[in-house]
Every structure is written in structure tokens, then in C-alpha cells.
Design a protein around this ligand. Structure first.
Ligand code: AMP
Length: 264
């Protein structure tokens, strides 16, 4: 897909993209957005920096924007999309992306994470939101207090699933999923695909579309890189030589061990 316009995203979403200055979808966006707009489940292998946040945020905004809220439901509007994320920082970033791409949609969101008082988060839920971005721990807290209603969730995203598993969130995740109906669209994104992730994906996803993208190159173009293969005993001598030779004023040296750092 060459342009966002070709994807037929809802007009308010396209307008926000134009304002953001996005013209061309990144590879993961080009491959993920269409199937997600069509309601497919997805297993995405992608790292941060590939544009994966927009790859799920844009179709979610499109779907929520084009599907009416449940007007029969009394009380505050219920969230229809839930994004689980490992850390407060990442949740905040995802929330900001939804706010930016969704600024013309009238859809509302809230970020839920620990380490801060829950008052503001609970107020937002009471006033009604369409999208919840949450870390698993605080969400469980609020669920246990009866302050969140997940019965309206139709779209579930697990972002950076491998990190969530590493952080011991498997039980909270299963707990949260058990409170969401099975009539839902589910997306799981992970930088790596170890066995536990595949198992989790198998249990949560239905006939998923699989998308994998290679990480974007991370080396800064203005930095010249070189490598020297030398025997261990030569390393400190070579380092000293290089630092003197190039008249280095400032340097960062990484070593493998604490002991090695002390010696160096
Ligand atoms: P992410 O991988 O989701 O963390 O996104 C990496 C960065 O790329 C973010 O700062 C986005 O604002 C930016 N970005 C995402 N998609 C596009 C796009 N299609 N064109 C330009 N920038 C983008």
C-alpha cells in the first residue's frame, strides 16, 4: 500500500494523519491496517520504531468511529477497545498516539497505570471512554474494586507481549481476558516469539493474520563504526592507543563485566 488514502480510513482519521505529516505507511502499517479494518485477528512480530502503534491505533479508531456506540446501554459509555501494555511509559505513549490520530473523531480514551493515585483514572471511566490503554496491574486493581466494566470490549490488543510475560503479567493478562467476551477482535504484538508467546497467541487469537517486519536500522548515519579483532591481552593497549590517536575528548566505554570495568 503506497498511501494512507488508499486504505480508506475514516475521513477524520485521515485528516489527523495529514496534520501529523504522515504520508506513507510504514511496512507494518501497509500490511496490518487493511486486515485489521476488515476485523481480522493479528499476530504481529515487530519492534518499537517500526510504526506498530499506528498500525493498530489507526484501524481501531476507524472501526470505533464507523461503528455506533451502544445507545441502549444506560450510564456512561462503555469502553470498546482495550490495549494492554507492559509499562507506564509505553501506555502513555500509546495513549498519546490515540489522542493525536483520534483528535477529530470525538472518541475518548484513558490511560490506566500504577504509581499514581487512581482518582483521575476512575473519574475518566465514570465520565465514559471508548478506549482504555492500561498496564495489567492497575487494571486488575480497578477491576477488583468494581470500577471498570469490560463487558463492552470488542477489540483487545496485547502490545509488547514478550515484555509483559517477562514482567510476570501472565496471570493478570489471563484474568483480564477472562472478563472479556469471546466475540472480539484480538491483536498480539511482540518483538520476539518465544514458545510461551506462541502458546498465549494460540489461546487468544482466532485464525490470525501473521505480520512480521524486520526492525528499522538503529545506527545513526553520522556515526562511523569500526571493529577491531584483537586478542584479549591487547584490548586495553589498543583502546588507549585509539583514544590518544583520535584525540578523543569524551568517550563512553562499555565492558562486559563489573570486574572488567573496574580493571579498565
Ligand atoms: P512506534 O514503532 O509505534 O513506536 O512508532 C515510531 C515512530 O514513528 C513514532 O514516533 C511515530 O510517530 C512515527 N510514525 C509512525 N508511523 C509513521 C508514518 N507512517 N510516517 C511517519 N512517521 C510515522
Amino acid at each position: 500500500v503506497a498511501t494512507f488514502a488508499e486504505l480508506q480510513l475514516a475521513a477524520p482519521v485521515l485528516r489527523a494523519l495529514e496534520e501529523e505529516g504522515y504520508t506513507t505507511p510504514t511496512p507494518i502499517q501497509g500490511r496490518a491496517i487493511g486486515p485489521l479494518m476488515a476485523g481480522k485477528d493479528m499476530l504481529g512480530c515487530a519492534q518499537t520504531g517500526t510504526g506498530k502503534t499506528a498500525a493498530f491505533a489507526l484501524p481501531i479508531l476507524h472501526l470505533l468511529q464507523t461503528a455506533p456506540r451502544d445507545m441502549a446501554h444506560r450510564g456512561p459509555i462503555l469502553p470498546r477497545a482495550l490495549v494492554l501494555s507492559p509499562t507506564r511509559e509505553l501506555a502513555t505513549q500509546i495513549g498519546e498516539s490515540f489522542a493525536a490520530y483520534g483528535r477529530h473523531t470525538g472518541l475518548r480514551g484513558v490511560c490506566i497505570f500504577g504509581g499514581v493515585s487512581q482518582g483521575k483514572q476512575v473519574r475518566a471511566l465514570r465520565e465514559g471512554v471508548d478506549i482504555v490503554v492500561a498496564t495489567p496491574g492497575r487494571l486488575i486493581d480497578l477491576l477488583d474494586q468494581g470500577l471498570v466494566d469490560l463487558s463492552g470490549i470488542r477489540i483487545l490488543v496485547l502490545d509488547e507481549a514478550d515484555r509483559m510475560l517477562d514482567m510476570g503479567f501472565i496471570m493478570p493478562i489471563r484474568n483480564i481476558v477472562s472478563r472479556i467476551g469471546s466475540t472480539r477482535q484480538t491483536m498480539l504484538f511482540s518483538a520476539t516469539m518465544p514458545r510461551e508467546i506462541m502458546k498465549l497467541a494460540d489461546s487468544l487469537l482466532k485464525d490470525p493474520v501473521r505480520v512480521a517486519v524486520t526492525p528499522v536500522a538503529s545506527a545513526a548515519p553520522m556515526i562511523e563504526q569500526s571493529m577491531y579483532m584483537v586478542p584479549r591481552r591487547m584490548k586495553s593497549v589498543l583502546l588507549e592507543h585509539l583514544l590518544q590517536e583520535a584525540a578523543v575528548a569524551r568517550a563512553v566505554v562499555f565492558t562486559k563485566t563489573k570486574h572488567g570495568a573496574d580493571k579498565l
